[in-house]
Structures are given as C-alpha cells and as structure tokens.
Design a protein around this ligand. Structure first.
Ligand code: LLP
Length: 427
C-alpha cells in the first residue's frame, strides 16, 4: 500500500494534494494517512492471525492521541513506557486493562499511579522493580499482572543505539537469573508474575533474531515448568523492519511465517508491540525550501524542517528518502535508494536551519532541481519523527495533520512562542 503517491506530477496523501495541505497548515508539517495506519495494523493482524495475538501498538513511535484513537478503532491495545504514555492511551479512550506498561526505569510513583489506574500488565525489567510492583500491589490490595522482560543475549543486527537484547544492554533480565525471580514471586498475594516479555531491538530487518529469541524463551519456559511454575503469556515485543528505501526488510508475512510455528501450539496468549511497522510509512514530513546555496564542494538545499523535527538522520545516520512535492517536469522517483543517480546532475545536501552540522535530512541526494519556496517531502517519517522532536534553537514543534475519509485535519497545532515560554513564565 502507498498512501503517499505522485498523481499528475504532484504528491498526494490518499488523493489530497500535499501542496494544498502545506499551504493551509504551513511548514514544516507532519502529514499522516489514517488509511495507512489501519492497513499496516491490519497487515500484522492478518499475518499473525493463527496466533490471534494481542497487538499492543507501541505508543512511543507516534503518540498523537488522534492516531491512538484511529488504532483503537482497529482494536489495538497499547504499549506504554511512561505514565505519560499510559495517560495518552486513556485519553484516546483505551481501557487501562488493554495497556502494557514497559520500561527499564518506571519510578515507584509511576507504578503506583498505573496500579491505581488498573493498567493491564507490567513488563518488569529488574528484581528491584518487581519488589516495588509487589509492594505497591499489596498496599493497594489490587491484583497486578506482570511479565518479566528477558534479555536473551541475541544480536538483532541493527544500529548499536537501538539494540536492546544483548548482554551489555540495560534492558531485561539475563535468562540465567530469571528463574530465581519467578520462584521468588510465585506466592505473592497480589502480584501474578506469569508472562515473559522480549524485545531485542528496532528495526530488526531479518527473521532469524526473532527465531533465536523465541527459541531461548521457550527453553526458559520448560525450565520454569520443571520448577513448578506456570507461564501463560509471551510478549515478543516490536522491532519489525520497514522499507525506508536503502535496505530490504522482511515483511509482516515473513516475520509471521518464521515466528508463528514456534508459538502456535504453545497455548500462550501472545502479544506483539509493533510501532515502526505501523507508523513509519503512514507519515511524511513536509518542509519548504528557504534558500539554495553552493559551496566549493557542495550544493545545499536549506529547508525550514530540521533535526529538531526529525532527528533520526543526525542521531543514527538514518536514511529517509526525500523528493520534491511537485517535482520539475513531473519526475517521479523510480528508485528510493541512496544509489539513485540523475545523469548530469549534482547531488545536494538537504539541510535545516539549526546550528549543528549534523542538522541534515538527506546527504548527497540526486533530486530534481528545486527553487526557493518549493516543498520537499521526507518519507517514512511517521515513526520516531514528531515524537522525538525538540525545541532546540527555540524552534516551535511542527504541526501534525491527519488525512482520513473527511480529508485533512489538524491533529496537533504548531507550537507558538507562548507555548514555549509557558513553563518559564509560570514560575
Ligand atoms: N517494545 C519495546 C519494549 C520497545 O522498546 C520498542 C521500541 C518497541 C516495542 C517498538 O519497536 P518498533 O516496532 O517501533 O521498532 N528511536 C529509534 C527507535 C527506538 C525504539 C525504541 N523501542 C529510531 O528512530 O529508530
């Protein structure tokens, strides 16, 4: 599916002109397709149907409450990693019972608030955290369900910043010590530690690390059985890759084909925590060209979007395909990869106005010629885009627009100078 398509020489989101959206709402602006969110969610649900999994959309990837509502309508549950994300899900209308609360450093206050709100499952990551959850549950006299996040020491073969399942990563509990923890909590009055949680990184573009991780988890379950303990659920996390244009990724069907047979007869309730695979290709960042400039060795296209809007290139050297919204002579992109060349043209760096040399959205790109005032779309920006934006250089965060059956609508207004100053003035 492709929500963002060139039609008659101009980029549209589900038939709505991106130029019109940019003219109406200004730039930089994130534009999302509700249809795309639904279809990517549906693709995972269908691929994994044999497991009838609970799909807990990972809020952190794109947390706008209107988008959470769109996913809620699809039947989604939610993966939250702070009490703020728990509250976002509730604000969208989710049931607390359909929220899993993960995170390596949930504070006792967050745990207390989440227990009071009735959050469905806690994904615990340390012995000390389990003690806090047990004690909060006891005091509140509320039954709390928890899963233990296992660190399976599996290499997800992704960026070191987003690898989470290796021994040296801060996440989860090493398999060897997990047995003792399950033992320790088996008779807790209000805490039921009955699940296993895994998440080894993001994006994980191949299926093998999942197979390795699930296999290790199932071995642990067998050991726990011999210890007389019962596990009723397994949450295999998120991390499914998507097509950014620079490297191939397994599809939802590929992941399912490898994972489903391992879990199909296990009798476990299975959960998934996909973020990127639902949100990334459901959104683009639209910016306007402010200036063009030529150095001795480089040609720069300076746009009004920046690393403050989309930090992934600066932070992970991540690749995002970029192309003019109304390309000269209607040139449509035939190849989204970094290897793409235009005969006789000079490559450009697409950069923002922030005072950092790492403030770029694309480097050495062959794009059709652009002029001042033209619009450029940065693709696959729905995941870890708006959510990781900042006010660095005192820039206002971008607006967000959602295109649905009724057309484009603003789902987050552009921040203002007064928004930015509020926390400093109200002291
Ligand atoms: N579950 C857990 C426990 C996670 O830590 C994450 C992501 C997910 C699920 C969702 O993973 P996804 O399906 O979205 O790959 N900022 C980075 C990605 C950080 C991912 C953090 N955890 C980026 O821009 O690539």
């Amino acid at each position: 599916m492709d929500a963002f398509k060139y039609t008659n020489g101009l980029l549209c989101c589900d038939g709505h002109s991106i130029t019109d959206i940019a003219n109406q709402f200004g730039t930089p602006t994130y534009v999302y397709s509700a249809r795309a969110f639904r279809e990517f969610y549906g693709a995972l649900r269908d691929a994994f149907a044999a497991l009838n999994p609970r799909i807990c959309y990972s809020i952190k990837s794109c947390h706008n409450v209107h988008i959470l509502q769109t996913l809620l309508e699809c039947g989604s549950s939610f993966d939250a990693v702070s009490i703020g994300e728990v509250r976002r899900a509730l604000e969208a209308g989710a049931n607390a019972a359909d929220i899993v609360f993960a995170g390596v450093g949930k504070t006792p206050d967050e745990i207390k608030a989440a227990v009071e709100l009735g959050v469905g499952t806690f994904n615990a990551e340390s012995a000390m955290e389990l003690d806090v959850i047990a004690s909060v549950a006891n005091k509140a006299r509320k039954n709390v369900r928890a899963a233990l996040r296992i660190n399976p020491d599996v290499d997800a073969k992704t960026h070191p910043h987003t690898t989470t399942g290796k021994d040296e990563n801060k996440f989860g509990i090493e398999i060897g010590s997990s047995r003792a923890l399950f033992q320790k909590h088996k008779d807790d009055a209000f805490l039921s530690l009955v699940g296993i949680h895994l998440h080894i990184g993001s994006p994980v573009n191949t299926v093998e690390p999942y197979v390795e991780m699930v296999t290790k988890a199932l071995e642990l379950v067998d050991q726990l059985k011999t210890d007389g303990l019962t596990i009723d659920s397994i949450n295999i996390g998120g991390g499914f890759g998507i097509e950014y244009g620079h490297q191939a990724s397994a599809s939802a069907a590929d992941y399912a084909k490898a994972i489903v047979p391992l879990l199909q007869d296990s009798g476990f309730k299975v959960s998934l925590e996909p973020g990127r695979s639902i949100s990334a290709n459901a959104g683009i960042l639209v910016s306007r060209v402010v200036y063009l400039k030529q150095s001795r060795t480089k040609q720069f296209v300076i746009i009004d979007g920046a690393m403050t809007d989309l930090i992934r290139p600066a932070l992970y050297d991540a690749y995002h395909f970029a192309w003019p919204v109304v390309p000269k002579d209607g040139m449509t992109p035939t190849d989204r990869s970094p290897a793409f060349r235009i005969e006789g043209a000079t490559p450009v760096d697409i950069v923002g106005p922030v005072c950092e040399s790492s403030d770029y959205l694309g480097r050495n790109r062959f794009i059709p010629p652009v002029k001042q005032g033209d619009l450029i779309a940065v693709f696959s920006a729905g995941a870890y885009g708006a959510v990781m934006s900042s006010q660095y250089n005192s820039r206002n965060r971008a607006a967000e627009v959602l295109v649905d059956e009724n057309g484009p609508r603003l789902i987050r207004r552009r921040e203002t100078f007064d928004d930015m100053m509020a926390c400093e003035r109200e002291v």
